[in-house]
Design a protein around this ligand. Structure first.
Ligand SMILES: Nc1ncnc2c1ncn2[C@@H]1O[C@H](COP(=O)(O)OS(=O)(=O)O)[C@@H](OP(=O)(O)O)[C@H]1O
Ligand SMILES: [Mg+2]
Ligand SMILES: [Mg+2]
Ligand SMILES: [Mg+2]
Length: 331
């Protein structure tokens, strides 16, 4: 008997793996190939290549499923970016997808351009933590399937994160299916037999806990997290790392808490920045809410329109942390 979402998981793992390997090869050779988006954030040939290969796989396997992805090909179609687009075509060719045209690549990328909610869709962040990617630090390829507003499959490729079972191996793929647990396996070699379950910690005492947060203080208020840490008696230094790798770190018990505290009231988190990570932590035994303690609502379109910030813990530390945010006037 097949397990629920077995074929979706299989395709998602293959797609995220292929994209992660492309990102890894681009990162090792990276020069100055960066475009600036309208919101001034960076995007690289690796972001676009990753979105193209994952959408290509999803289109082949599940043609009826919309994909709400971060990127679109609008800027790539501008004549001044023709050379940039050619580089994406040649990355795909190196990765074993030869004889594609620039038009074909743009149409794969734009397959990830859905922005509205439907009862079954994928959400994709082809590189989460692009700034970390450019610093040659942590980043993640993130893909999740959402059905009736619930995250049912989550896959996170973390090419620069050590494997929990064997720290000498760099590059890990994490995955979770609702109700089936959370797992980690080496990005290479290709062998899902070697996957092992991951679990969040059982820490109950804040003085023994460690939290992680964004590197960029523009994405999460470091001032507020310091204030909370002081109030709760958290003594260990925070671990700062980019991307949803933070969810992986909590899921595998290397940190007890991940705080993402709004830097401005109006910002709404994007679903692709969280979906895969949320399922991973929940299936590893942890808890995820917004700063008010409300569950994240993945049925509101491409943003978490009804939520502010994100709080991730091993579960045991959650109620006190939410209460402290309120007492300090942060939530
Ligand atoms: N103001 C604000 N608040 C919260 N989040 C924001 C904000 N601006 C951008 N973003 C999103 O942050 C994503 C990267 O988050 P990280 O936690 O990886 O940040 S950091 O790089 O570690 O500092 C980043 O994802 P990528 O663009 O995929 O890298 C953005 O979607
Ligand atoms: Mg992101
Ligand atoms: Mg991104
Ligand atoms: Mg981005």
């Amino acid at each position: 008997m097949t397990k629920p979402y077995e074929s979706e998981l299989h395709i998602a793992l293959a797609a995220v793996k292929q994209a992660s390997l492309i990102c890894r090869s681009v990162q090792s050779a990276i020069t100055d190939e960066v475009l600036e988006k309208k919101d001034k954030s960076p995007v690289t040939i690796a972001d676009f290549s990753s979105q193209a290969v994952i959408c290509r796989e999803l289109l082949q396997a599940f043609p009826a499923d919309p994909v709400i992805g971060e990127e679109d090909a609008a800027e790539l179609k501008e004549s001044e970016n023709q050379e940039f687009l050619e580089k994406i075509v040649s990355e795909l060719s190196v990765a074993g997808i030869p004889d594609t045209t620039p038009e074909q690549v743009c149409s794969w990328i734009d397959h990830g351009g859905a922005k509205t909610y439907s009862n079954r869709f994928w959400t994709l962040d082809p590189i989460d933590g692009t700034k970390g990617f450019l610093r040659k630090e942590q980043y993640a390829v993130s893909l999740a399937l959402i059905v009736d507003g619930k995250i049912v499959v989550g896959v996170l490729g973390c090419p620069n994160l050590a494997c929990p079972e064997d720290q000498s191996v760099t590059g890990t793929i994490y995955y979770a299916v609702a109700g089936q647990g959370a797992f980690a396996m080496p990005l290479e070699p290709d062998n899902s037999q070697v996957s092992s379950p991951i679990h969040s910690t059982t820490t109950q005492d804040f003085s023994e806990s460690r939290f992680c947060e964004s590197v960029e203080s523009g994405h999460s208020s470091h001032g507020h997290s310091q204030q909370i840490a002081a109030q709760l008696g958290i003594e260990k230094d925070p671990r700062r790392l980019d991307s949803q790798a933070k969810y992986a770190i909590v899921g595998q018990g290397e940190a007890d808490i991940y705080m993402r505290l709004p830097t401005r009231a109006g910002y709404r988190e994007k679903i692709w920045d969280h979906a895969a990570g949320v399922l991973l932590v929940e299936e590893a035994g942890g808890t995820v809410t917004d700063i008010h303690g409300k569950p994240l609502e993945f049925d509101q379109g491409y943003e978490l329109a009804n939520n502010q910030g994100v709080i991730v813990t091993n579960g045991l530390l959650h109620p006190k942390l939410i209460q402290t945010l309120k007492e300090l006037g942060i939530s």
